[in-house]
Design a protein around this ligand. Structure first.
Ligand code: SF4
Length: 308
């Protein structure tokens, strides 16, 4: 099946169904449980939880992006929307100005819908929501508006992997491409480096649900992604990311899971103060991570990043 012949999932939902999903997601902000932190603050009354975001979408920048994985970039780029703030607090975040220091400005959902349509007009192959978890009610409402006005490219849910099942189930039939991080293959890494106690437990549930919804990554005849799961895993020094557990779990979902094993870790933000991750991984550590993926049975490794 190709996207061109059938269109994205959300375009097959009635406008009212998209509106109902957006409303249900919005209601989850009343005692916020949009992510597994369950801050229980009333964001509809402008209370702020760990992600420091109320009800206005906040956008740092948007535009065609050519630095993403090849199946997303194609010839014309991925239509990236960088969303401000995050539900995680990774000490090594490479986008900390946006994710933790609040760089960006509030926009209306109507403006957010216009951004999506503009990215489609510029030829982008998809709309790539970067760090959407804490802003998803507004993103779905913007999708409803944009779909009514002709949005037809797939949406990429590009997240940190710390997701609520309740929320993901409301996205079933809206998102075509899930691109989560799988940051750590145990809870300790998430506790020490991202500020949450149960990262791997929640991430495993999320990965299974995402795979159930969209399956393995499907490409069109030009090699551009139309639907499916694409997982990112950043190799950390000293195996702090517990790569073997991550790749074994992904292989248990499907050995056809597409994975980007990433080599580019550098100690940024507050990471230089954490001795376990105060250096880049060695070449040997990265090669061991790739080998673990292959030995687990995974064979769709993003090739562009395998050269170190
Ligand atoms: S989305 Fe934000 S406010 Fe809601 S539970 Fe997560 S971190 Fe807390």
């Amino acid at each position: 099946m190709t996207q061109e012949s059938h269109g994205p999932s959300y375009a097959r939902l009635a406008e009212s169904a998209l509106g109902d999903r957006a409303a249900a997601l919005r209601e989850m902000m009343r005692g916020c449980r949009l992510c597994p932190r369950h801050c229980d603050v009333d964001r509809l009354a402008d209370e702020l939880g760990a992600c420091r975001t109320a009800t206005d979408p906040i956008v740092s920048s948007y535009g065609p992006h050519f630095g993403e994985e090849r199946p997303l970039v194609g010839r014309m780029g991925s239509g990236t929307i960088f969303l401000t703030n995050c539900n995680l607090r990774c000490v090594f975040c490479q986008n900390c100005e946006i994710s933790q220091l609040g760089e960006g400005r509030p926009v209306s959902v109507e403006r957010l819908a216009e951004m999506m349509l503009e990215l489609q007009r510029r030829g982008c192959h998809n709309i790539n929501w970067v760090t959407p978890t804490h802003q998803v009610p507004m993103l779905v409402e913007a999708t409803r508006i944009a779909a009514t006005d002709g949005l037809r490219v797939p949406i990429v849910y590009n997240c940190g992997g710390y997701e609520s099942l309740e929320c993901l189930r409301l996205l079933d039939g809206i998102i075509d491409i899930y691109m989560p991080d799988a940051k750590y293959g145990d809870n300790t890494g998430g506790e020490q480096l991202s500020g949450v106690p149960d990262y791997w437990d929640r991430c495993k549930e999320a990965l299974a649900e995402m795979h159930r919804q969209v399956g393995d990554l499907e490409l069109d005849e030009q090699g551009v992604a139309t639907r499916g799961l694409l997982v990112r895993h950043l190799v950390l020094p000293g195996d702090m990311a517990r790569t073997s557990a991550v790749v074994r779990y992904l292989a248990s979902l499907s050995t056809d899971t597409y994975i980007n094993v990433m080599a580019q870790y550098r100690p940024e933000h507050r990471a230089r103060k954490v001795s376990a991750i105060a250096r880049p991984p060695t070449r040997r550590e990265f090669q061991a991570a790739v080998r673990a993926a292959v030995e687990a049975g995974l064979h769709r490794l993003d090739e562009r990043r395998l050269v170190v």
